[in-house]
Write a protein that binds this ligand. Sequence first.
Ligand SMILES: Cc1cc2nc3c(=O)[nH]c(=O)nc-3n(C[C@H](O)[C@H](O)[C@H](O)COP(=O)(O)OP(=O)(O)OC[C@H]3O[C@@H](n4cnc5c(N)ncnc54)[C@H](O)[C@@H]3O)c2cc1C
Length: 391
Amino acid sequence: MDLELSAQDLEFQLEVRSFLKDNFPEHIREATARTATVFVDAGPALEWQKILVEKGWAVPSWPKEYGGTGWTPTQKYIFSMECARAGTPGYNPLSLSLLAPVLFGFGTEEQKQKYLPRMLSGEDYWCQGFSEPGSGSDLASLKLKAENQGDHYILNGSKLWQTHAQFANKIFCLVRTDNSGRPQAGISFLLIDMDTPGVTVEPIITMGMDHEVNQVFFEDVKVPLENLVGKEGEGWKCAKYLLEFERGGGSSAHIRKAELDHLKDIVADIQSRNPEFNDDLHYSKTIARIEIDLKSLEITELRILSALAEGKMPGAESSILKLTTVNIEQRIHQLAMDVIGYHGLPFKQDDIGPDYASTVVPTYLNSRAASIFGGSQEVQRNIIAKAVLGL
Ligand SMILES: Cc1cc2nc3c(=O)[nH]c(=O)nc-3n(C[C@H](O)[C@H](O)[C@H](O)COP(=O)(O)OP(=O)(O)OC[C@H]3O[C@@H](n4cnc5c(N)ncnc54)[C@H](O)[C@@H]3O)c2cc1C
């Protein structure tokens, strides 16, 4: 495969760079850089999203008739690479990157017409209701009961770990509509209004002291039958399709590269402030190792890009990406913790120590969760063993 960008692609890259330089506001860049959690708060992210919508670049992966750009996979890769370099926030990826493909693949025309424009405009903010107490890796064991009552379902049970459910006005859920056969065959995919009577959200505060995740309870919640995506019992098929996008299909090497560059700046700053700082080659060696792994991550992403360019889906290889990017992310944040030392102690206080110290510890703590969400590292290894290595 050819890893060099063509003259046209290089020209496109310059166009994207110049757009970002002229249109990406500094206050949004700062808010994004200060964010330790996976998702940037809806406010600044939505402000940026609106600028992208106006330009027509908000959802490059969507089909053109719904607002997509019609770019080639290489152009999409370049765009996401340049956005990572510039430090732009992603807006509600649970809807734009995960739910939208499911609607394209399985939704009715009415569902597409109703929900897609509202995702783009920010009128709807979605959260994802897959995991439950006792059903995470073993997702097929989920129990949230949805009884078909003719023209509606009645839901009882709960979902666990819903990211940003406190901001969301909608949730897409996997629910149990049948218990008789294989567990996977009794699962359906439902779209639910969060303000339906009987839906309640309880916050979960993480060890980084962030309110990012929640538990969502359903008590006799009435959901119209028209909110079913695909056929009843097809929820597993929709979920498998969606999870391939959650575990890859994008480009994360450049986000990690930006994090590593930030770490290098921190090391340089500490070295300049502290003449006794003795690297002992520890930091330089670790950074060099991370850089090598980052290069191989980038090559793997380009391999997948090349498959996408030929019209193939991101397959089980997306598990390799998830495994590798999380490993690199956690090593970068671990090293940042080592480097800042005692400056990390008063974490969450901006006015003590160098500016960057206030985000290092929360980012490190938050990054621990990356080996769990979107399918744990062990589960990714199982997928690679079976589907990639054929073991
Ligand atoms: C920060 C965060 C945000 C999240 N956001 C969302 C969200 O928005 N929506 C949503 O639906 N879910 C969300 N999740 C849930 C996430 O998808 C689950 O936590 C994840 O799938 C793991 O499930 P579990 O927590 O039940 O752990 P378990 O499945 O109980 O796993 C516990 C441990 O056992 C290991 N394990 C389990 N099965 C195997 C196996 N077969 N082989 C080897 N090891 C195994 C796991 O790797 C893990 O180390 C989020 C989680 C976190 C931490």
